[in-house]
Design a protein around this ligand. Structure first.
Ligand SMILES: NC(=O)c1ccc[n+]([C@@H]2O[C@H](COP(=O)([O-])OP(=O)(O)OC[C@H]3O[C@@H](n4cnc5c(N)ncnc54)[C@H](O)[C@@H]3O)[C@@H](O)[C@H]2O)c1
Length: 384
């Protein structure tokens, strides 16, 4: 039997003017394995067509809507191997369901969907159909996030006793005092409950904290006590919470879109009985590592002392910065290998399964619901 060596994919969402769509296209194609073959890039006919033309697609495979695309692709002999769902949140559940029903693997943006029941239904469907499902918590694609995970796994910092994590942005600070008017600017859908779901700040960036911490530490949030601030808007713009992990340790997660001076300040600090690890998304090529009793050390991506697993995801020599595009490329490197292994009927290895799955997506949806519920109850503890 000839082994399959490359893949085709389609996209839902991700027109040329979208934020994250082009990052996906660069990431998916980085290693020359996956090629864009179909799409429904926008509900706007002109934007949809322009995107298809820009990528020189067969225009018969540029579809009016996701239903048509899932059905038509599912019937083709050369159907896409997977779909990338990069439309806003309210499209995730129904789109993922349609593609799973038509036998196509799903790579879906976060948050997975609105309701926990929907998330569990998607999991069941993927399992029944024997299909792979990735939920794009993209920061785990960073080499130094992988290095942090390896150090924790090796016991380098001992038992984890505390986590302090923040994701601070300022871009919605002008919304304060604007009543419930939704200011129209890029991605204003994030503040619209119909499109974003029950949360803006926790749903959009708070869930990245939850997942990146889980990836680095292996710990899951068991319960949380949260206070969300709305500043008169329909959805939250700021969230402070205390979390308890399944090993009994506690932590603080702060996410905000109204912190002046911060652009994309995701910072994760993990404290153990023997040491500490700190990673900053705005400085992703380094990891700060402290062994108890010693000064803080700066580990650099690309250097010989980095673990084999993390080093295998590093693409250019140390000192040349890697960033968001490479993190996406790493996510796709693992995913493409998994989809190929599945197509070739080979057993998936641990490294091919090193991506956020639908279980991570389900945890994310539970986390959002718990945070909103806790805040409504004046920061009472809520189990996930
Ligand atoms: N993982 C990450 O780091 C990351 C970063 C940014 C955004 N996201 C997620 O990606 C998704 C998209 O975010 P964005 O900032 O790119 O949004 P955006 O508004 O910039 O782009 C959304 C695109 O989807 C298209 N679209 C909307 N509804 C559609 C539908 N029903 N069918 C087909 N196309 C449709 C729009 O025309 C647009 O091209 C969101 O779920 C968001 O949470 C994830």
């Amino acid at each position: 039997m000839n082994m399959k060596t490359n893949l085709t994919y389609g996209m839902v969402g991700a027109a040329l003017d979208s934020f994250i769509g082009s990052v996906h296209r660069v990431g998916a194609g980085f290693d020359g394995i996956a090629f864009l073959a179909a799409g429904c890039f926008s509900r706007n006919e002109e934007k949809n067509r322009k995107c298809g033309e820009f990528y020189h697609l067969d225009m018969n495979r540029v579809y009016k809507n996701y239903e048509e695309m899932a059905e038509a692709e599912g019937k083709r002999e050369d159907k896409i191997d997977y779909v990338v769902i990069s439309a806003p949140n309210n499209a995730h559940y129904k789109t993922a369901k349609a593609f799973l029903e038509n036998g196509i693997h799903v790579f879906c943006e976060k948050p997975l969907c609105f309701e926990v029941e929907e998330a569990e239904e998607l999991k069941k469907l993927a399992e029944e159909k024997g299909l792979l499902f990735l939920v794009n918590y993209s920061y785990s694609g960073n080499v130094m996030v992988k290095e942090a995970r390896e150090l924790v796994r090796q016991g380098y910092i001992g038992d984890i006793i505390n986590v302090n994590a923040e994701y601070l942005q300022e871009y919605l600070v002008d919304d304060i005092g604007k009543g419930d008017q939704i200011m129209v600017k890029l991605s204003s859908w994030r503040k619209d409950p119909e499109v974003a779901g029950i949360s803006n700040c926790v749903g959009d960036i708070g869930t990245h904290i939850e997942n990146t911490v889980a990836y680095m530490t292996g710990l899951r949030v068991k319960r949380l006590a949260a206070k969300l601030d709305y500043f008169g808007q329909p959805l939250d713009l700021n969230a402070n919470m205390l979390v308890e992990f399944d090993n009994g340790a506690h932590g603080v997660f702060c996410s905000s879109q109204v912190c002046v001076g911060h652009m994309n300040g995701l910072v994760i600090r993990i404290f153990g009985t023997e040491g500490a690890i700190e990673w900053h998304e705005e400085e992703p090529n380094v990891l700060f590592v402290t062994k108890k009793g010693c000064p803080m050390q700066t580990y650099h991506r690309g250097m010989g002392y980095i673990s084999e697993r993390a080093a295998s995801m590093s693409r250019i020599p140390a000192g040349h910065p890697e960033g968001l595009y490479e993190a996406f490329a790493n996510m796709y490197k693992v995913w493409n290998a998994a989809v190929l292994a599945k197509a070739n009927g080979t057993e998936l290895t641990e490294s091919e399964l090193d991506f956020p799955t639908i279980d991570d997506g389900i945890e994310g949806v539970k986390f959002i619901h718990a945070a909103v519920e806790s805040s409504k109850k004046d920061a009472a503890w809520v189990e996930l």
